[in-house]
Design a protein around this ligand. Structure first.
Ligand SMILES: C[S@@+](CC[C@H](N)C(=O)[O-])C[C@H]1O[C@@H](n2cnc3c(N)ncnc32)[C@H](O)[C@@H]1O
Length: 291
């Protein structure tokens, strides 16, 4: 097994794959159906010809820069296993921060199960993709009512499947919607979370092959300056936000200031910009006025 790991790691390194040793270990563990750390307790285990064949196929695909998560069929988001395929963005670690921040906001409503007379926070996950944020919030905030929208029917199918696997399908209402156009009138959200597409169109070709060839373009492309969805959100969200409601939006490098201006010009009150674990500004929090 040591030799398989060594050779696999060298192959992936030649193909320009990051962290090649970790990647071959994860692929081998997947093929052998053992946790990665157990590989090292089973160094003597014989890898059968059929297992080797499967591993070779996966290695070839990884060498062509197919994302590891597509080969494994899932990824981990805040400790939850989330199914992914090429129809949805692979949830990123940075977005976990948005989930945790949103959770903290919702906890302020109290976390007892819904009872008559207690306020029920209503949440919208804008551009839900795999459903990772909506599902996390449904699980961690049992009182909240969750809505999630996406323009992609294929993405919504993955999100519904993930919600069912985590047993929160009855807690999330999914909407096929271009922006806010497909939402039923009359909904009012206390919290709007979103990780909209924010890559400037011309920059998509400069991204890693795993991203530019395998994440859906619909999940990446934020228009010529990357800000098209923030402009839409700032205005389209207004009729759907409860007085004093919050928007928590993830964004990319250098976008905090222009997004702050876009929101302020549409009457939002920018409260804070929060950094990710690498100290990069990453989430903007804005409040909708009380009146
Ligand atoms: C960057 S992905 C975020 C996915 C997921 N929330 C996450 O953080 O992993 C953006 C999502 O917005 C969706 N989207 C793109 N254009 C949209 C539109 N006009 N209306 C609604 N959703 C849209 C995409 O299909 C995609 O699922």
């Amino acid at each position: 097994m040591v030799e398989i790991i060594q050779r696999g790691s060298e192959f992936l390194a030649r193909k320009g794959v990051d962290s090649p040793r970790l990647q071959i270990e994860l692929l081998l563990a997947h093929v052998l159906r053992v946790p990665r750390l157990k590989l090292y307790l089973n160094f003597e285990r014989i890898v059968t010809a059929a297992e080797m064949e499967t591993l070779r196929g996966l290695l070839r695909r990884r060498g062509k820069r197919e994302p590891l998560q597509h080969l494994l069929g899932s990824t981990s988001f805040c400790g939850l296993e989330i199914l992914v395929n090429p129809q949805v963005l692979i949830p990123r670690p940075e977005t976990e921060l948005l989930g945790e921040r949103a959770q903290r906001f919702l906890e302020a409503f109290g976390n007892e199960p819904r009872t008559r007379g207690t306020p029920t926070p209503t949440v919208l996950d804008f551009g839900t993709g795999s459903g990772c944020l909506a599902i996390l919030l449904a699980l961690r905030c049992p009182k909240a009512r969750i809505h999630a929208l996406d323009i992609s029917e294929a993405a919504l199918n993955v999100a519904r499947q993930n919600a069912a696997r985590h047993q929160v399908a009855d807690r999330i209402e999914f909407h096929l919607s271009d922006g806010f156009n497909g939402l039923p009138a009359g909904l009012r959200f206390d919290l709007l979370v979103g990780n909209p597409p924010y890559v400037p169109s011309a920059e998509i070709e400069t991204l890693q092959p795993e991203v530019r060839r395998h994440d859906p373009r619909l999940a990446l492309d934020g228009g010529s300056d990357g800000l098209c969805f923030y402009r839409r959100l700032a205005v389209e969200a207004a009729p759907f936000v409860a007085p004093g409601g919050r928007a928590m939006l993830e964004f990319g490098a250098g976008q905090a200031e222009p997004i702050g201006k876009i929101l302020s010009n549409a009457d939002w009150i920018v409260e804070s910009v929060e950094e990710d674990y690498s100290h990069r500004p990453r989430i903007l929090i804005a409040r909708w006025p009380e009146k």
